[in-house]
Design a protein around this ligand. Structure first.
Ligand SMILES: CC(C)(COP(=O)(O)OP(=O)(O)OC[C@H]1O[C@@H](n2cnc3c(N)ncnc32)[C@H](O)[C@@H]1OP(=O)(O)O)[C@@H](O)C(=O)NCCC(=O)NCCS
Length: 198
């Protein structure tokens, strides 16, 4: 019997070392091919993919996280903070572009990467994390719901794949308990508008 357990790790990537960029592109291509390529429907050219990932590292509002299986990048997700002008939503962040290469699934990478993004969001001052997802990505939806994400909306024309509209699901997770208290207080306040006016 084979009892070999691969080693997993998650980290924030701020630069590409050794074969990182090539491994990240390989993993992306595999995920796109399996139908979970965070928006890519067809596999782009290698040049385009490399430029995409290099570009991600240059955007100040983005943090790139990768999951490794035995040292090889096999999963990824991004933490995206609002642009500086968006003071009204400065307390929020988005979890985007999450995927795990098919060959690396079932080793806890998706969960570990998601938790790393949540922790980074907290550290960067975000009290709330938003994400949206195609309703066809059932395992990922189950993961997010198990991690405490609340579904608050559905979009009937979220994506169009092979001419077929796909519904999208919108989720949030409150990271700062103080924020939840504030929302509860504000909501109950709004439910009594006449009392406040009188
Ligand atoms: C869904 C996906 C992210 C799971 O990746 P993974 O690394 O295999 O997941 P993990 O090993 O971290 O498992 C996390 C949990 O999900 C469960 N899970 C993972 N894949 C599952 C599947 N296909 N069916 C049922 N449950 C599944 C695991 O049992 C685990 O549950 P536990 O915490 O109770 O043990 C991966 O299959 C994927 O990348 N899918 C396509 C792209 C996608 O959906 N991206 C996300 C949104 S864009």
């Amino acid at each position: 019997m084979n009892t070999f357990t691969p080693m997993t790790s998650v980290e924030r990537l701020t630069g590409f070392q050794r074969s990182d960029l090539s491994d990240l592109c390989d993993a992306t291509e595999a995920a796109i091919g399996a139908g979970g390529g965070f928006g890519w429907v067809t596999v782009p050219s290698r040049d385009m993919l490399e430029n995409y990932w290099k570009g991600v590292l240059m955007v100040p509002e983005r943090q790139l996280f990768v999951g490794r299986l035995d040292g090889v990048i096999a999963a990824s997700a991004q933490l995206v903070r609002p642009a500086r002008n968006n003071e009204a939503q400065a307390f929020t962040a988005q979890l985007q572009t999450s995927f795990v290469a098919p060959w690396a699934r079932g080793h806890g990478l998706a969960k570990a990467v998601t938790l790393a993004v949540e922790e980074a969001a907290r550290l960067s001052g975000a009290g709330l994390l938003n994400l949206d997802i195609r309703e066809t990505l059932t395992p990922a939806i189950a993961l997010y719901e198990a991690l405490g994400y609340t579904r608050w909306a559905e979009h009937p024309f979220y994506a169009l794949i092979d001419g077929r509209p796909i519904r999208g699901l919108y989720y949030y997770k409150v990271l700062d308990a103080g924020l939840e208290t504030l929302v509860t207080a504000t909501t109950s306040d709004h439910s009594r508008p006449m009392e406040r006016l009188s």
